[in-house]
Write a protein that binds this ligand. Structure first.
Ligand SMILES: [Zn+2]
Length: 572
């Protein structure tokens, strides 16, 4: 009872208190609205607070040796303030002359009654300085940043570029937006009703915070060299495109990623000559999207014989084949009622598994597929990570396109065993082969290493899945693939003084019989202790189209330069 009475009193007190407070607040409101209304209205008319953003400098993108691949250039934004201009005609003349704009365009903006009208942004600093030197009333020149790519086309599809508000549009510029973008600052100025900035009223500035510098695994020299090789092959083979990926197979760091033709990062909305002749018809945006596309990651293809590496590793790991096992190839193999040909129509005769790999004999690999059976083959496909994405830190990675297991019959199994009837991305193939030859660890291919800013450093870490295959299977695969280069179809991949392992492929693109091919070679070195792995893919070459003849020499030339360079750099 006692307690309850006490509470009642408390509630009553609270109620009365609140009511009094309300009355007093209401009173104050009435006072402000009625008595002081003129005063506030006048104030509002006289003073406006205006807010302008100060762009933050975007973080740079640096190669692994600290060389800036994406940087900022100081540019200017030129605007006019209507009420401050004294001689509008003189302003129009000067702006037309300095900015190379038409009189109509400039006049429309100079004569527009507005507080601040932007005439042009991204103006070169020199021109901005010149305009400032005229010292004309009402003409404002603000400094600003513009993204600048010192190497133009280099790694265009990897780095990406930014839009008018400095935001990433494609590539790493998108993936690492939150690290690169920084925080814009503010300028708060007080103006009068006519929009005149009252300088003396005090300008409040909140300084911008610059974006963080992103260090990536790309090596400028390797990227540059790979780009040269790709462009040469593109020209001599009149190909549709040439892709080259170079990676550290032990940790997934990408040293180079080329998809020639590339485009100029400083003019990303201009279809370069090469693209203008390639892309006829279609609207501009579609064509730009095609130009920007990174086939190494965004597109899938039928890998063909390079995929025999995966079938071989699955067979060895499951114990259904040993290197010395013998196979018989009469030039074809019957699968149900289908006769599937070997590329050597006269047949390879009796050969060992190692020899079958060296000459890339289809019946040999179809037999291994049959010994595994659909369920086991499919299980290895999944175990090797082929059904998921690699997780590379670039936007728009494509998934593997493959039959559902329940739709896989003996024919599908046979064609998959030698790399046909499904599609994967080049990065997926490179990653899977890395895990097979590096001791059995599936690494995540990636570019970003660290991000550094005023708040400290973020070091990026990437998942590794161990035990894709055993150490033993991995070692056997390294030996077999070394013999493909030293004795078999990959001999054009041989590098003086180094052991190279690898596999060639020549696949026909659909529809079959259209005479269009994809030639490729995947190679790694040194074969007994791989430090680098690379894939070269030539899409629709003219003339000779065999992977061993046109793609293997690209990787050979690449390795001839890169292997001594890597020894010197000690990247591991
Ligand atoms: Zn054969």
């Amino acid at each position: 009872m006692f307690v309850r009475t006490y509470q009642k009193k408390k509630i009553l007190l609270l109620g009365v208190g609140s009511l009094l407070l309300l009355i007093s607040l209401f009173g104050r409101l009435v006072y402000l609205m009625v008595a002081k209304s003129d005063y506030y209205a006048a104030m509002a008319q006289e003073l406006h607070e205006r807010e302008r953003d100060i762009k933050a400098a975007r973080g740079r993108i640096l190669d692994r040796n600290g060389i800036a691949l994406a940087d900022n250039k100081t540019v200017c934004t030129v605007s006019v303030i209507y009420s401050q201009m004294e001689d509008r005609e003189a302003v129009i003349d000067m702006l037309c002359k300095e900015l190379g704009l038409t009189e109509e365009y400039v006049r429309k903006r100079v004569e527009k009654y507005s507080a601040r009208e932007r005439i042009k942004s991204n103006v070169d600093k020199e021109i901005g300085d010149r305009i400032r030197a005229y010292d004309m009333a009402g003409v404002k020149v603000d400094e600003d940043y513009k993204r600048y790519y010192p190497y133009g086309m280099l790694a265009s599809k990897v780095l990406g570029f930014t839009g008018s508000d400095n935001q990433g549009i494609i590539g790493l510029e998108v993936t690492y937006e939150e690290y690169l973008s920084g925080t814009p600052g503010k300028i708060l100025t007080v103006t009068d009703a006519k929009g005149i900035e009252l300088q003396r009223e005090g300008e409040r500035r909140e300084e911008p915070i610059a974006g963080e510098d992103l260090t990536i695994s790309l090596d400028l020299n390797i990227q540059n060299y790979a780009m040269q090789l790709a462009s040469q092959a593109y020209d001599t083979k009149q190909a549709d495109n040439v892709m080259i990926l170079v990676m550290n197979p032990n940790n997934g760091e990408i040293y180079a990623c080329v998809n020639w033709p590339e485009f100029d990062l400083n003019n990303p909305y201009e279809l370069t000559d090469i693209w203008n002749t390639k892309l006829t018809g279609g609207n501009t945006q579609d064509n730009l999207n095609k130009m920007w596309r990174n086939g190494c990651i965004n597109d899938t293809y039928e890998p063909g014989s390079t995929f025999k590496i995966i079938t071989a590793a699955a067979g060895l790991e499951e114990g259904v084949v040993k290197p010395e096992d013998t196979f018989s190839c009469p030039g074809f193999i019957m699968v149900e009622d289908r006769r599937i040909r070997c590329h050597k129509t006269t047949g390879h005769g009796h050969i060992s598994f190692v020899e079958g790999t060296q000459v890339s004999c289809n019946p040999t690999f179809i037999t291994i597929g049959q010994r595994l059976g659909v369920e086991k083959y499919y299980a290895y496909f999944e175990q090797f990570g082929l059904k998921t994405k690699t997780g590379i830190d670039l936007p728009g990675e494509s998934r593997t396109i493959v039959h559902q297991m329940e739709n896989m019959g003996p024919v599908e199994l046979a064609t998959m065993s030698f790399g046909q009837s499904f599609q994967i991305t080049p990065i997926q193939l490179l990653t899977t082969v890395s895990s097979i030859i590096n001791g059995g660890n599936r690494v995540t291919p990636h570019l970003a290493i660290k991000s550094e800013g005023v708040d400290g450093t973020t070091v990026f870490e990437y998942p590794v899945t161990e035990g894709i295959v055993s150490e033993e299977t991995s070692a056997t695969m390294r030996d077999i693939l070394e013999s493909v280069v030293s004795e078999g179809g990959g001999k054009n991949g041989k590098v003086e003084g180094y052991l190279v392992g690898g596999k060639t492929a020549t696949s026909q693109t659909l529809p079959r019989g259209n005479g269009k091919y994809i030639a490729s070679f995947i190679g790694f070195a040194p074969a007994d202790d791989p430090q680098v792995i690379a894939i070269a893919i030539i899409t629709h070459p003219k003339g000779v189209y065999y992977g061993g003849q046109i793609a293997a020499p690209i990787v050979r030339q690449l390795f001839e330069n890169v292997l001594p360079y890597l020894e010197e750099k000690e990247y591991n």
